[in-house]
Design a protein around this ligand. Structure first.
Ligand code: ARG
Length: 566
């Protein structure tokens, strides 16, 4: 039962205002004693040409109280609705139990394609913490859009072309005999890159060496291409470990190099439209009206560049995926880049698609002192693999302490350790900086991933211990204040998922799950679940099951697994 929709329909019958707008106006009062839903009558002041209190009085007069809405109050310019709790509890609990894993899913996106460009690391380096946020946020969006019925295409736009990788190749050619390339080859390749950069600072001729490599790559020189492919291979092997741990899914790994043969077309299209201007030896698209610097398409050295590749990628994505939306989950420092690229696409005549492109930025990761992580001088930036393994290790220690007899401890520690890192990344508005603090993110009683996993496990053990048949439940046993609060949170969950999708904001789901778990905890502390009265017990067990189901579903959207025991 969608109460907002029910109330909106009733108001619509009187005012003729569209149901969808009415539905949007309806609020949830801050305090449930005021009512379950509130309608702010000032929203209709224009249409009805009356003061809000008069509108409220008129609507109240004409609205009937019935099976669904048990009471309507006028408070100032507000109409406050009290729903029939008994029907409410029954509807919600029945729905969650019936839908199970599908609770929270919808089909609003049916038949629509969404492209999500995320993770997209630069090749030839071990995966470092700088790419954690895009990977985790992008992964959550991927799951959320899928749950809303969209056809999602996850793209890992690898940074596998250009001067960066050319430096690694140039260094490799000079020094390969000094390093070993076993299963940790990626670290040797990184060391070579670091050494090359250091040397380059003193000896600018090194840059020419890298440029020479790039020219060879562009000319498809066989030997150079072989090394390039080998480095990509080694990098992808390293990333695969991370993606496996984080549960990241991609439908395409077409990176920058994939567009090498698709750039001429972009350049000639821009030329045909008269959009390319000469500027200091480079070719650029000017965007004076937007108050933005020009978008460089061909550099003064005659080469294409990051933006050219993104334009080629956009044409490819338009033609192959005909997307409803294209999301780019990339740090806010690339904000200007995406504005320029989307504007250029618009100038090329693709207004509709340009409007459907969206940059999804996010904040930095700071350490517990509020400093940019890894900024401490001399401190080596840990790789993401090291961080994830440390988290798993710490979780294992906690499990060893708290529940030494647990079966498959290692597996559970993996879910908890990785879940803690993912949840920490998604627990606040994505644009806010993330604080990375071990004591916080692994705190089993704080607002953390492990806390939610633990709550799920608790509902699970209630279910096991009670061992009751949940087919015939008297939900009138769930009308106490604490149970109703839990039911309210359950009922809001599907809407929360949809707003999270609409705002590309996974944290709405994380926050809601924390609220739900806290409401459940109050219910659990206040009421004995396994009690003598069979009816009461069954209803309370059923409610616990609904909570577990919702937490599990929500966590899985965030990319977090739930152990059955921990
Ligand atoms: N490789 C880039 C980086 O690490 C991110 C690429 C984002 N995607 C894109 N289509 N530009 O900064």
């Amino acid at each position: 039962m969608n109460y907002k929709n029910e109330i909106a329909k009733r108001i619509n019958a009187i005012t003729n205002v569209e149901v969808s707008s009415l539905e949007e106006y309806i609020e949830i009062p801050p305090n449930t004693e005021l009512g379950d839903f509130a309608f702010p009558c000032f929203k209709l002041a224009k249409e009805m040409r009356k003061a809000p209190p008069a509108i409220a009085a008129e609507l109240k007069e004409k609205l009937a109280e019935d099976e669904v809405i048990s009471k309507i109050d006028v408070v100032g310019g507000y109409l406050n609705f009290f729903i029939n709790k008994s029907a409410f509890a029954k509807n919600v609990v029945t729905e969650v139990l019936a839908k199970g894993d599908d609770f929270g899913k919808s089909d609003i996106g049916a038949g629509k394609n969404i492209v999500i460009d995320y993770s997209s690391p630069n090749i030839a380096k071990p995966f470092h913490i700088g790419h954690l946020r895009t990977t985790v946020i992008g992964g959550a969006l991927y799951n959320m859009y899928k749950a809303a019925g969209y056809n999602v295409i996850g793209i890992n736009h690898l940074g596998d072309w250009g001067m960066g990788i050319s430096k690694s190749i140039a260094g490799y050619e000079m020094w390969k005999d000094e390093y070993t390339f076993d299963e940790n080859a990626i670290y040797s390749i990184l060391a070579i890159y670091v050494r090359f950069n250091k040397l380059e600072k003193e000896d600018p001729s090194m840059t020419d060496k890298a440029r020479d490599v790039l020219i060879r790559l562009e000319n498809k020189d066989e030997e150079t291409t072989k090394i390039w492919k080998w480095i990509i291979d080694i990098s992808l092997k390293n990333y695969a470990k991370i993606y496996e741990l984080l549960g990241s899914k991609f439908d395409s790994y077409n990176g920058e190099a994939f567009y090498n043969d698709k750039m001429d077309r972009v350049v000639s299209m821009l030329e045909e439209k008269g959009l390319l201007k000469e500027s200091e030896g480079a070719k650029v698209v000017e965007m004076p009206e937007e108050n933005m610097p020009p978008c460089i398409i061909i550099t003064s050295a005659g080469t294409t560049i990051y933006a050219t590749r993104d334009l080629a990628a956009l044409l490819y994505r338009i033609e192959n995926y005909d997307f409803e939306k294209a999301l780019y989950v990339v740090g806010s420092e690339q904000s200007l880049h995406f504005k320029q690229v989307f504007k250029t696409l618009e100038l090329m005549g693709y207004e509709k698609y340009a409007k459907s492109c969206e940059h999804i930025p996010f904040g930095l990761i700071l350490d517990e002192n509020g400093e940019k992580i890894g900024s401490r001088k001399g401190g080596k930036l840990p790789t993401l693999e090291e961080i994830l393994n440390e988290s798993i290790e710490k979780s294992l220690q906690i499990i060893e302490e708290k529940n030494p007899s647990l079966e498959n401890k290692e597996e559970v520690a993996k879910m908890v350790g990785v879940g803690a890192i993912i949840f920490n990344d998604l627990s606040n508005n994505r644009i806010k900086d993330e604080i990375f603090d071990w004591n916080q993110l692994l705190n089993f009683t704080g607002e953390t991933g492990p806390y939610l996993q633990y709550t799920y496990v608790r509902t699970n053990s209630i279910l096991r211990n009670a061992n009751v048949d949940l087919s015939d439940i008297n939900t009138d046993e769930l009308l106490d204040k604490e149970a109703i609060e839990v039911i309210r949170k359950l009922s809001e969950y599907p809407d929360v998922v949809l707003s999270a999708v609409n705002k590309n904001e996974p944290s709405l789901i994380s926050r809601h799950l924390i609220d739900l778990a806290q409401c459940f905890s109050r219910f659990y502390n206040e009421h004995q679940i396994i009690c003598d009265n069979e009816d009461t017990k069954k209803a309370r067990v059923a409610l616990s099951k609904c909570v577990g189901t919702t937490i599990k579903n929500g966590l899985s959207l965030l990319g977090i697994q739930t152990p059955e025991k921990m």
